[in-house]
Design a protein around this ligand. Structure first.
Ligand SMILES: NC(=O)C1=CN([C@@H]2O[C@H](COP(=O)(O)OP(=O)(O)OC[C@H]3O[C@@H](n4cnc5c(N)ncnc54)[C@H](OP(=O)(O)O)[C@@H]3O)[C@@H](O)[C@H]2O)C=CC1
Ligand SMILES: N[C@@H](CCC(=O)N[C@@H](CSC=O)C(=O)NCC(=O)O)C(=O)O
Ligand SMILES: [Zn+2]
Ligand SMILES: [Zn+2]
Length: 382
């Protein structure tokens, strides 16, 4: 029985309010309007940013909402005017879209397409409305993706078609964390062979940075985390050594970053913060090498959180920058990352540490907060 043009009743994890567990319920998903695509989501992962918004730290956080932004699925139907997709295509939703016509898409210096950023930040699709409801009550979209629903609707510029040979379970992780960390190295920082690199936070994003640094030919890759249980996986992905800031012997009044400068040849060519903590962001900046060191912020910090350092740190040659989705022009790049995965240039399988049915999504958030997981992947099929 075709669902094209029909409202679909399906399972979704609803966030009714901040800090509350997600509620598994049947919602209504309306057909796609012009330049929209409705997708049957087969797999979705949980990223720390989902937790960031669910925990109430996101100034753009709106409730009730269908969260989720790291997923993959199959096209169920397309709206009027959609040309690049057909029913049955394997696709990955993209929270950084690529319209290829806005000022940002036309500028090679950024991937931050702004075509639909305002409506996306307001929890809507580009026409300013939602396709989600629960018995007549509107539910907001999230990051233009909302993958915590069996069916979702996205703008056609927020979607890419991928090789159907690749496992949708695996390529779901290219919707955020792996692409971000890997791209931060290759695109945002353009790390050169022989560089020295330090990475704060050994979660999925941090490990993807390590994977990228190894691919770039870095000669030293130092993983930094408070949880030494993360060190083994960091070394698997390419860390040459790992440091627990709580375990080093600091001189009276000495900072961790000055200890790093003292013990790692004056600091690192590149540092990456993959936590979302403004204090570790300062550590990472000040551990970058005088004269040329570059520090890249990947971690997300909420409203009111501000970074600080002495201007002297920048005056003496350090650069502070950041990345969204690893600087990838999304529609063009994610299909290529899928090919890299199929050609074994990129690891994905090893990031998946937990698998759950969508009914157990709250457990996936628990293991993330406990630091026990890299990526939990959820499926809707029993
Ligand atoms: N800019 C972008 O485009 C993107 C940004 N992000 C952001 O990147 C960050 C990482 O995401 P993700 O990898 O999914 O998150 P994870 O929670 O999986 O990883 C964060 C890691 O940092 C560790 N950590 C926490 N506090 C400290 C500390 N003070 N010093 C050292 N290590 C610490 C955590 O340990 P523990 O588990 O014990 O807390 C965990 O190992 C998040 O802020 C997320 O929002 C994610 C994707 C894209
Ligand atoms: N609404 C949040 C935005 C936080 C943020 O920086 N998001 C990242 C992606 S994090 C994915 O896991 C991003 O790409 N931002 C670009 C953008 O246009 O938002 C807040 O306001 O804190
Ligand atoms: Zn994410
Ligand atoms: Zn654009």
């Amino acid at each position: 029985m075709s669902t094209v043009g029909q409202v679909i009743n399906c399972k979704a994890a609803i966030a009714w309010s901040a800090k509350a567990p997600l509620s598994i319920e049947t919602i209504q998903v309306a057909p796609p309007k012009a330049n929209e695509v409705r997708i049957k989501i087969l797999y979705t992962a949980v990223c720390h940013t989902d937790a960031y918004t669910l925990d109430g730290h996101d100034p753009e956080g709106l409730f009730p909402v269908v969260l989720g932004h790291e997923g993959a699925g199959i096209v169920e139907s397309i709206g009027e005017g959609v040309t690049g997709f057909a029913i049955g295509d394997h696709v990955v939703p993209l929270y950084v879209p690529q319209c290829k016509s806005c000022e940002y898409c036309l500028n090679p210096k950024t991937n931050l397409c702004q075509k639909i950023r305002i409506t996306q930040g307001n929890g809507f699709l580009p026409d300013g409305t939602s396709r989600f409801s629960k018995d007549g009550k509107q539910l907001f979209h999230f990051m233009g993706c909302s993958t915590f629903s069996e069916y979702t609707v996205v703008a056609d510029i927020s979607l890419c078609k991928v090789n159907p040979v690749a496992s949708l379970e695996k390529v779901s992780l290219l919707g955020c964390g792996i692409s971000t960390g890997y791209g931060a190295v290759l695109n945002t920082c353009k790390v050169e062979a022989g560089s020295t690199v330090a990475v704060w936070g050994l979660g999925a994003v941090g490990l993807a940075v390590i994977m990228g640094a190894k691919a770039a030919g870095a000669k030293q890759i130092v993983g930094i985390d408070l949880l030494e249980t993360k060190f083994e996986s960091a070394k698997f992905f390419g860390a040459t050594e790992c440091v627990n800031p709580k375990s080093v012997k600091l001189a009276e009044g000495q900072s961790f970053q000055s200890w790093l400068v003292e013990n790692f040849n004056g600091g690192f060519d590149y540092t990456f913060e993959c936590i979302g903590n403004v204090h570790t962001m300062r550590q990472a900046l000040e551990a970058a090498h005088k004269g040329w060191g570059v520090s890249c912020i990947i971690g997300v910090a909420g409203a009111g959180q501000e970074i600080a350092t002495r201007p002297f740190q920048l005056v003496t040659g350090r650069t502070w920058k950041g990345t969204a989705f690893g600087g990838w022009k999304s529609v063009d790049s994610v299909p290529k990352l899928v090919e890299d995965y199929l050609n074994k240039k990129l690891l994905i399988d090893e990031f998946i540490t937990h698998r759950y049915h969508i009914d157990d999504i709250n457990t996936a958030f628990d293991v993330l907060h406990k630091g026990e997981s890299l990526r939990s992947v959820l499926s809707f099929e029993k």
